[in-house]
Design a protein around this ligand. Sequence first.
Ligand code: AMP
Ligand code: MG
Length: 348
Amino acid sequence: MITRFAEVDPVSPDPKIIEEAGELIRNGGLVAFPTETVYGLGGDAFKAESSKKIYAAKGRPSDNPLIVHIADPEAAEKAASDIPETYWLLADAFWPGPLTMIIKKSEAMPEETTGGLDTVAIRLPSHPVAAALIKASGGYIAAPSANASGRPSPTSAKHVKEDLDGRIDMIIDGGSCSIGLESTIVDLSSGKPQILRPGFITKEMLEDVLGEVELDPTLLKPSAGRPKAPGMRYRHYAPQGEMHIYIGEQQAVSERINSELDKAKAYGKRCGVICTEETRDKYEADSVVSVGSRDDVKGAAAEIYAVLRDFDDKGIEVICSEAFSEEGYGLALMNRLYKACGYQVVRV
Ligand code: AMP
Ligand code: MG
């Protein structure tokens, strides 16, 4: 298959290109498109065949459900049933934006899209290209991240091309994603609202609207059991190199990373370091990447997947990462780093 590649203005995309992409999706095709979080790989959410194609293109296990993207909150009425009051409250507070809500699915929503579950994940993205494409394609785009399963999520069209060129109908290039981490997922389908995946919309922000919100306990302690979001069970976001995160007082962490680098270099390994502006000068390796200032979680989060992919491009075999605060949005960044390294954490 030849993948068509089209560049658009991220704020006011060419309506002809959006119409063409919308038609591809309406006819059962797949189109990758930018959102404010990461690039999505979209198909018609109501076509079981389209969802099957998404799993095949990504090499994704078919029990890992897709997120249904809509263009206005009321559209959930066709995709879902028994919509709780909490849905409308959160939609009002955070949509359009990087929040996904899990509610009961409707009869009409195919199980292929929901990975066999009786619930459905719904999000209303703010990116103008995503919003326009959802409308042009009939209102319901099922989309996971547009990466090959197991690779870091794509935050630019170049990343999508690396993973999916020749496997999907079209890639819309609308520049890089401003947030750079996947949406927060909150489960509203039973009991207390529970965060299944941390993201830009934090626990504190959700609690301001809903009162008490729980965290899936496996987010902080992987040994606590099976994560409720199927996608959180797989080793995800993984670079090819062997990665460890070093947690502790800054000076001690830098010393420990340097001693690990010395060891790895002695074996002739190519090494990479993820650090911050404050510590950048302390390291020497094949690739030392500062993801910005220590206090700027948003900046670091926006960079992190591109950094992991760049390490793969450079053939980095050993990756040492500093840790960040787990307060607020920091929890989302650390969750992705933990998953990238398969929870190989060294406390210094
Ligand atoms: P991605 O868009 O690639 O980040 O993947 C979608 C994420 O949403 C995966 O982690 C899924 O497991 C999760 N998800 C989608 N639908 C549901 C659902 N009904 N219940 C729980 N998690 C879901
Ligand atoms: Mg994904």
